[in-house]
Design a protein around this ligand. Structure first.
Ligand code: ATP
Ligand code: MG
Length: 241
């Protein structure tokens, strides 16, 4: 498989928990600089796919490559060393730590490279100016939308080849969702390779080039965001319930 032009190649991925498969024969690609969404209802297996990419799913089969590097059997901490980073479901910020400390903990693998770390921190503050103002505040005291910015910034700080986001819009107020959408669009305009898990179809179509629909642990539909007509949209809505 010649996949060096792809940020991510997944072939025949299956796996789950306690020897029980919850995802089956999942295959898809994310090209370099492309933003791709995985849509699907609760329990479809979206988070499980992201966990597999990060090396966090023990029970799995198939093949996963990030920018041509086979990560199928790689440990999570090696995957996290610049290959992929994830904004986890529910954000999971480090409690009692400032915004800046949360961000710097995301970039801990690069801590000896101070210039690169300050450039990355500047990238985060360029994307989310409010975080620069709040850099000394306790991160968990911020609003939901601001906390999600910290979680995204923390992911950016390891300078990953592939960015994974697990339902970043969950629990956010409409205005915060609009801000999040704008920020993700800017990341995409910077040609970052992004895999976004969402249940909000609008957000996914606004941010991503292509979408896959996962249902019952399988990919059941796929399409280009700019070619999504009313019919395709209705089919996705039906799967999402
Ligand atoms: N740690 C676990 N142990 C056992 N089963 C699990 C575990 N995590 C998830 N599952 C099961 O695997 C299936 C897929 O879960 P997964 O979290 O990947 O779904 P999801 O698409 O991310 O759903 P949601 O939108 O609710 O986050 C579900 O049936 C779930 O109950
Ligand atoms: Mg999930």
């Amino acid at each position: 498989m010649n996949d060096t032009n792809d940020a991510l190649v997944i072939e025949g991925l299956a796996g789950g928990y306690d020897r029980f498969d919850v995802i089956h024969d999942i295959s898809f690609r994310v090209a370099r600089g492309e933003a791709v969404a995985i849509l699907g209802p609760n329990g479809a297996g979206k988070t499980t796919v992201l966990r597999a990419i990060m090396g966090l799913l023990k029970h799995r089969r198939g093949r996963i490559a990030i920018e041509g590097t086979d990560v199928t059997r790689m440990s999570p901490h090696r995957v996290a060393r610049g290959l992929a980073a994830m904004v986890p479901e529910g954000r999971r910020l480090f409690e009692g730590q400032s915004v800046e400390d949360n961000l710097r903990l995301g970039g801990i693998r690069l801590r000896r490279d101070r210039d690169r770390t300050s450039r990355l921190l500047q990238d985060v503050f360029d994307l989310f100016p409010v975080l620069k103002r709040y850099r000394d505040r306790d991160a968990t005291a911020l609003s939901g939308g601001e906390q999600q910015m910290v979680a995204i910034g923390r992911m950016m700080m390891s300078d990953p080849a592939l960015m994974l986001l697990d339902e970043p819009s969950l629990g956010l107020a409409p205005l915060a969702v609009a801000d999040l959408t704008a920020a993700l669009r800017r990341l995409r305009e910077q040609y970052r390779s992004i895999l976004l898990v969402e249940q909000r179809v609008d957000l996914a179509l606004e941010v991503c080039d292509r979408i896959y629909v996962v249902y019952g642990g399988r990919i059941v539909d796929e399409g280009r965001a700019d070619e999504m007509g009313a019919e395709g949209r209705a089919l996705i809505d039906a799967y999402l319930g």
